[in-house]
Design a protein around this ligand. Structure first.
Ligand code: 6PG
Length: 260
């Protein structure tokens, strides 16, 4: 495990610019090395602005779409056209605007009767496509909720302790939307080559400081459990989200692509 990289940007826009550029760079590197790029998207408000940047030139034209495979790290048990669907958000903001082949898009299907079976099905989809035991994604995007959750792994929930599973179903979420979810487990998240948290807003500042600089308490703060075993962990913040961190002035070089 390597030390986490912390990158702080002056504004939410600057954070989104840097994150979008970083995704393009990682995609290009992965395609050069392995001829394909596997990414897991997150839900939440922060990634939307990043997706919108990837949907427009110049970045849209720099992503190797035909060699990019898009999965989701979690999904709400709602119809795919619901305003609460992570799949719909990514389609609206990104996927319906870019030349990605339909087969390269792998949504989590949550509309069967049995959500546990749907979770197992998604694990098989991943295993059938992404090499490694557990499968090793090139890039996993994550958000952090105000309670310290990530993906749909909520504080003190049994899903935090899943050891064998790659993907699990959850009970109704304690936060909105209060619906059941399907989520990757830490086993799958921590197998990734790179995990990137995108966190913006002053309402996250206390939790960010607690997660990064407070005592270890992963049951209460699931985001602390993201520790890629043989990969890189990057936290990308806007200044507001990072404002309670002890040693984190704005890094004026953070927008330099060489450092992003
Ligand atoms: C979800 C998410 C969730 C999200 C965080 C942060 O489906 O709810 O994947 O884990 O990433 O709650 O969300 P914001 O970016 O909106 O703060």
């Amino acid at each position: 495990m390597k030390a986490a990289r912390i990158q702080i940007y002056p504004t939410p826009d600057a954070l989104s610019d840097a994150a979008a550029l970083h995704i393009v760079e990682q995609a290009q590197k992965a395609v050069t090395a392995r001829d394909r790029f596997t990414i897991a998207l997150s839900g939440g408000s922060t990634p939307r602005a990043v997706f919108e940047r990837l949907a427009q030139p110049p970045l849209r034209d720099q992503l190797p779409w035909d060699k990019t495979w898009v999965f989701w790290g979690d999904e709400r048990a709602v119809p795919p056209d619901s305003a609460d669907s992570n799949y719909r958000m990514a389609c609206d903001a990104l996927l319906s605007h870019v030349p990605i082949p339909r087969d390269n898009v792998k949504p989590i299907l949550t509309q069967g009767h049995d959500l546990d079976a749907a979770a197992q099905h998604y694990a098989r989809v991943i295993q059938g496509f992404v090499p490694g035991t557990p499968p090793r994604f090139d890039l996993v995007l994550l958000g952090m909720g105000p309670d310290g959750h990530t993906a749909s792994l909520f504080p003190r929930s049994p899903q935090l302790h899943a050891i064998d599973e790659l993907v699990v179903a959850t009970p109704e979420a304690p936060l909105k939307p209060h619906v059941r979810r399907i989520t990757w487990t830490f086993r799958l998240i921590n197998a990734a080559a790179e995990a990137v948290f995108l966190v913006a807003g002053a309402d996250k500042a206390d939790r960010v400081a607690e997660v990064l600089e407070g005592p270890s308490n992963p049951r209460a703060l699931p985001s602390q459990q993201v520790v890629p075993i043989d990969g890189t962990l990057i936290w990308m913040f806007d200044q507001a989200a990072a404002s309670k961190l002890g040693n984190s002035p704005i890094d004026p070089t953070a927008l330099d692509p060489a450092n992003a």
